[in-house]
Design a protein around this ligand. Structure first.
Ligand SMILES: *Cc1c(COP(=O)(O)O)cnc(C)c1O
Length: 356
């Protein structure tokens, strides 16, 4: 990438930390932000001016291109505090790689490693006291990039901001999910942008999701655009099933390739399970639930970690899965992932990036 990219990060510390105001016993997702943020500016064909500044508002022209034409991409990852106080970021190299794939698809510039990974380490090192140590809690990290050219006219922006904000989040309440198989609306089609983590993929999901919620479901199970016959993902998380002794996750160019999903597949294989990434039809799934061969189903993502699916609604029928407490693989892999991320067991895969 760009050799001229600034490696020196300018740091302007806050005059007054807000840490004392945080109610760590009642953290709601994405509502509390740590003291600092990283902001990098892209202009004239390269990244310049990378700085860490107090968290605060941006000043933007109303003609800012991202607001009109949607050049806006993001990532989501977490930092964890070990029992000994060390702080680790989980697999940020994977988020960096995916971020640059999203950038390429939306004709945005790549962010070099020294800005993305170097920026994460510097920012979280500075705000390390914000990483919670309570059970199940973590520091959620949101890197994102927007086109900032102040001009109307459809073309790639000539300037961008790359920003990282963070905030403590509590233990995710693992209420099992009721998902509705969506057979009318489409999230992503082949050749589109389903694999990229861009803002538009969320905007288009809101209306169909709200309709399903009006029917009493929590989330959608999206299906392929062509036939609505194959399951894809749950909109903010990927899907994983256990069929017999095999762990299966839907595979398609249209799904977001989640790092949690990949991590779980890698652990499953390491443990000797057969793990497959392949097409899964809605028929196979609902017939499997009926005949008892599908024994486990969960949503996998950074925000949700691993959330069991209790019921699936399809063509007016409800298919009920076994009790989440009885699910051997789901519970085992969740326990292992937590032990790994909080540094309680050896990191045999090299997935923890220590901040210091
Ligand atoms: C972020 C995201 C996921 C989960 O990805 P992780 O890397 O595991 O957090 C799944 N689906 C969509 C649409 C997403 O945006």
């Amino acid at each position: 990438m760009n050799e001229a990219a600034t490696t020196a990060i300018r740091i302007e510390k806050t005059q007054q930390s807000r840490l004392g105001e945080v109610d760590y016993d009642n953290l709601k997702f994405g509502q509390v932000f740590a003291d600092h943020m990283l902001v990098a500016e892209y202009a004239n064909g390269h990244w310049e001016d990378v700085s860490i500044v107090p968290y605060g508002n941006l000043s933007l022209s109303p003609a800012t291109s991202a607001l009109h034409y949607g050049q806006a991409i993001f990532e989501g990852l977490k930092a964890y505090k070990f029992d000994n106080g060390a702080v680790s970021i989980f697999r940020p190299d994977q988020n960096h790689a995916r971020f640059n794939k999203s950038a390429l698809r939306l004709e945005m510039p790549e962010v070099p490693e020294e800005v993305f990974i170097g920026g994460l380490k510097a920012l979280i090192g500075l705000d390390r006291d914000w990483v919670p140590q309570t059970a199940g809690a973590s520091l959620y990290i949101r890197p994102f990039m927007i086109g900032t050219e102040a001009a109307l006219g459809v073309h790639p922006s000539d300037s961008y901001k790359f920003i990282i904000i963070t905030g403590p989040v509590g233990a995710y309440y693992n209420k099992p999910l009721r998902l509705k198989v969506e057979t009318r609306f489409t999230r992503a089609a082949e050749g589109g942008v389903g694999f990229s983590k861009n803002a538009g993929n969320y905007a288009l999901s809101l209306h169909p999701t709200r309709l399903a919620q009006d029917e009493g479901f929590d989330q959608l199970m999206w299906t392929d655009a062509k036939e609505h016959k194959y399951v894809e993902e749950a909109g903010t998380a990927n899907l994983v099933f256990r069929v017999g002794d095999t762990i299966i996750t839907p595979s398609a160019d249209t799904i977001l390739h989640g790092i949690t999903r990949r991590t779980i597949i890698e652990i499953a294989r390491h443990w000797g399970y057969q793990a497959e990434e392949r097409k899964v039809s809605v028929r196979e799934l609902v017939d499997g639930i009926k005949n008892g061969s599908v024994t486990e189903a969960f949503a996998a993502g950074t925000a949700a970690t691993l959330t069991p699916i209790s019921e699936i609604g399809y063509e007016g029928q409800i298919y009920t899965l076994p009790d989440p407490d009885e699910r051997e693989f789901s519970n085992k892999v969740l326990r292992y992932l937590n032990d790994l991320r909080y540094g309680r067991i050896a990191d045999e895969f090299g997935w923890n990036f220590m901040v210091d």
